[in-house]
Each structure stands twice: as structure tokens, then as C-alpha cells.
Ligand binder design. Structure first.
Ligand SMILES: *Cc1c(COP(=O)(O)O)cnc(C)c1O
Length: 389
């Protein structure tokens, strides 16, 4: 079935009143007729809900939506994208070992690995996922989990997942893929064998900057294990956040289609402006991963465009104050176009040396392209980058 159709298919359990929209089950707990009923439910011989930390119909509807979009058996929501990454790593590598993270990984993933799991004896190792020899060396040896992203933040590096996942598996190393930037509209990492797929629904899937939520997707067995961790660790979301996320999710395909078309056109336009030193967008021929992007991504290249300005940090400051429509927002994935500054915001956690390795410096700006009329987005950037420079 077409992805636009899958995006909007009803996923909630039919209700007695036949409501088209899913009801919100804003409850912490459920009542029972007798003790046998509770016993059967907690013992796993009867389906149902007892306490919301362990399950809720709003979680299940959202999970069915993601599983259908990622083309996997199951999914489970978490209180944030960060909670999904934490539960995913712990589920794939239950005992202290090596967390092999792609060099361009989201700063928060490095934060989890170092500040949280580091205390428990886990060790983080950076790897260049574009260098297959280095990947092979890293996956050989002590127990490890490999954590990579489909499209990286902020420079849009596209990881050759179809090559590195089989390499990791050949050495018994499971792989967690953060698919937040690509969303299932552009990529489904399970197709290449990812053991778990993580998402921050705070971004494009939620799409309206009104919630914080995460999700894991994978096989039934993988998700059952992750769900047990999420329940015992209290990493579950609030039912209302899950309800809101599903409301946003159902327009994901339409939003991503439009936003990625706008992004490609904006990237091409920015490349023509003298104030711009370099544009980073995997849909441009000038991008180092243009080949991987063409091979791995479907229906476009995502909604994140980054650029480096000739005038460095001062030019970024000047542009931010001149932009009329586009706001500085230290996040991404809204329906409107926003921009952020990786060195000051998303990549703050990295050391100076790590920032150099990722390729970011104070002249780099990240744009999360929205679904506005293209001419208005182009005009706002053109004016902000040409007046008085
Ligand atoms: C934002 C983000 C996260 C973390 O998600 P939260 O919902 O903020 O916890 C993880 N991975 C990527 C790629 C992100 O952009």
C-alpha cells in the first residue's frame, strides 16, 4: 500500500460509539471485576491493561502506526527520543560493553553513552561509519552495540547502512538506527537489517512542536524486551502526548513530501548566494554522500538543510536578526521553517576536537525547512543574506 495511504489508515481499536478519532485514555489505572481477572492479565494469559506505565490504548495505537510505517512487527512509545535511545541500547547490550557511535551522532546520544551508561561501566567509541575497514575493526572484539543515524545532524551525512549492518551482524554486533531525520517517509532501516529503529517523535513525526515523545520499532521479540525495560525503568510517556503524536503523525507523509521539496529548492538557491560558503544537503550533487543518498533514501532527501556562511559567526548573528519569518528554534521538525546553531545548541555536548571531527564550526547554521510557500522561504533567506553584507 502507498505510504500516503498507510500514513492515514485508522490504527485505534474500534470503540462502542464508533468514534473516527481515537479516544484519549487519560488514566493511570484500570478496574477489574475480580482477582482472577487481574491474575490472568498480570500473568500474561489475558490481554488488556492494568497500569498505564505498562500499557495504554493510546500507546498501542501509536505503536501500530509506526510499525506499519517502518514495515516491522512492533513498536513501543517512550517518554522522549532520548528514553528510546537509552532503552534501545540497554536492550541490545544488556551488560556493560562498547557503544560504537557514528562520528556524526546526535549530541544527546553521546550524552547517554558517556554521562549515564558510562557510570555503569559502558564505554563509548567513536567510529567513522563511512570507512568500512574501520567499522570492521570496531565490530571485532569485546561485546558491543552499533548506534548510527540514517541522516546525520547537521551536515546530512547519509550512513551506508546497507553495508555496515551486515558487517556488524557478521560479528554478532546488533545495530540501533536513529531514524529521526529521515522519518519512515524517506527511509526504513529495518529493510537493511537494523535490529531496532529509534525515533524522537518530538521532531517531524509529531510535527507541531507541542510534545516530547520517542519510540522504538523492530521485531516482536525485540520490542517485547524493550517494553519490559521501558516499564521497569518508568520511561513511558503520558497518554496525552501519545494521543497528540498520533494526531500529528497521520499527516507525516504529506508534510515530509512538501518540506523535502522545499528543502531541495532552498538548498539549490542558497548555493547561488555569495554570502554562503557551502550548503550541506544530501540531495545536492556537491554533497559527499550524494551517492549513498540516491541509493538509500526514497521520495526525497529530508527537510534539513545546513550551510556555512562566508562571514563566520558575525554573519550568522546578522542573518538571524534580519530574518523576518524564520525563527531561531533550538529544535527541528516543526511545520514552519526554523533555524538553529549547532555549535551553541544541539552539539554543545561535544568537545572542541569532536566538533572539528564532525565538521561543524561557528559559521554553520542548520535550517529545518517547513511547509510554507517556497517563494516566501526563499525571499526571507535572500533578503537576510544580501542586505548590507
Ligand atoms: C531530538 C533528537 C533526539 C532526542 O529526542 P528527544 O525527544 O529530544 O529526547 C534523538 N535523536 C535525534 C536525531 C534527535 O534529533
Amino acid at each position: 500500500m502507498d505510504i500516503h495511504t498507510r500514513s492515514v489508515m485508522p490504527v485505534h481499536t474500534p470503540t462502542p460509539a464508533n468514534s473516527v478519532a481515537p479516544p484519549l485514555y487519560q488514566t493511570s489505572v484500570y478496574a477489574f471485576e475480580d482477582i482472577d481477572e487481574v491474575d490472568a492479565l498480570l500473568g500474561g494469559t489475558r490481554k488488556g491493561y492494568s497500569y498505564t506505565r505498562g500499557g495504554n490504548p493510546n500507546y498501542d495505537a501509536l505503536a501500530r502506526w509506526l510499525a506499519q510505517m517502518e514495515e516491522v512487527e512492533a513498536a513501543v512509545p517512550t517518554g522522549s527520543g532520548t528514553a528510546a535511545l537509552l532503552a534501545g541500547i540497554l536492550s541490545l547490550l544488556p551488560h556493560p560493553g562498547r557503544i560504537l557511535v557514528a562520528r556524526e551522532i546526535y549530541g544527546g546520544t553521546a550524552g547517554i553513552s558517556r554521562r549515564l551508561l558510562g557510570r555503569l561501566g559502558y564505554r563509548m567509541e567513536w567510529i567513522d561509519t563511512h570507512d568500512l575497514v574501520e567499522v570492521e575493526r570496531a565490530v571485532t572484539g569485546d561485546p558491543a552495540v552499533l548506534v548510527a543515524e540514517t541522516i546525520s545532524n547537521p551536515l546530512g551525512r547519509v550512513c551506508p547502512l546497507d553495508e555496515i549492518i551486515p558487517l556488524a551482524h557478521a560479528h554478532g554486533v546488533p545495530v540501533l538506527v536513529d531514524n529521526t531525520f529521515a522519518t519512515p517517509f524517506h527511509a526504513r532501516p529495518a529493510v537493511w537489517g537494523a535490529d531496532l529503529v529509534a525515533h524522537s517523535l518530538t521532531k517531524f513525526i509529531g510535527g507541531h512542536s507541542d510534545l516530547v515523545l520517542g519510540m522504538l520499532a523492530g521485531s516482536g521479540a525485540r520490542i517485547a524486551d524493550a517494553t519490559a525495560l521501558i516499564d521497569s525503568g518508568g520511561l513511558t510517556p503520558d497518554p496525552f502526548a501519545a494521543w497528540l503524536a498520533l494526531r500529528g503523525a497521520r499527516t507525516l507523509s504529506l508534510r515530509m513530501e512538501r518540506a523535502s521539496q522545499n528543502a531541495l529548492a532552498l538548498a539549490r538557491h542558497l548555493e547561488t548566494l555569495p554570502a554562503v560558503r557551502r550548503v550541506y544537503y544530501p540531495g545536492l550533487a556537491s554533497h559527499p554522500d550524494a551517492d549513498h543518498a540516491a541509493r538509500l533514501l526514497s521520495r526525497g532527501f529530508g527537510a534539513i538543510v545546513s550551510m556555512s556562511l562566508q562571514g563566520g559567526y558575525e554573519a550568522v548573528q546578522a542573518m538571524v536578526t534580519r530574518l523576518k519569518m524564520v525563527k531561531f528554534v533550538p529544535s527541528l521538525g516543526d511545520v514552519s521553517t526554523t533555524l538553529s546553531h549547532p555549535v551553541v545548541a544541539s552539539h554543545r555536548e561535544l568537545t572542541a576536537e569532536e566538533k572539528v571531527r564532525v565538521g561543524i564550526d561557528p559559521s554553520v547554521v542548520r535550517i529545518s525547512v517547513g511547509i510554507e510557500g517556497l517563494a516566501d522561504i526563499l525571499a526571507d533567506f535572500t533578503e537576510a543574506l544580501t542586505t548590507g553584507v
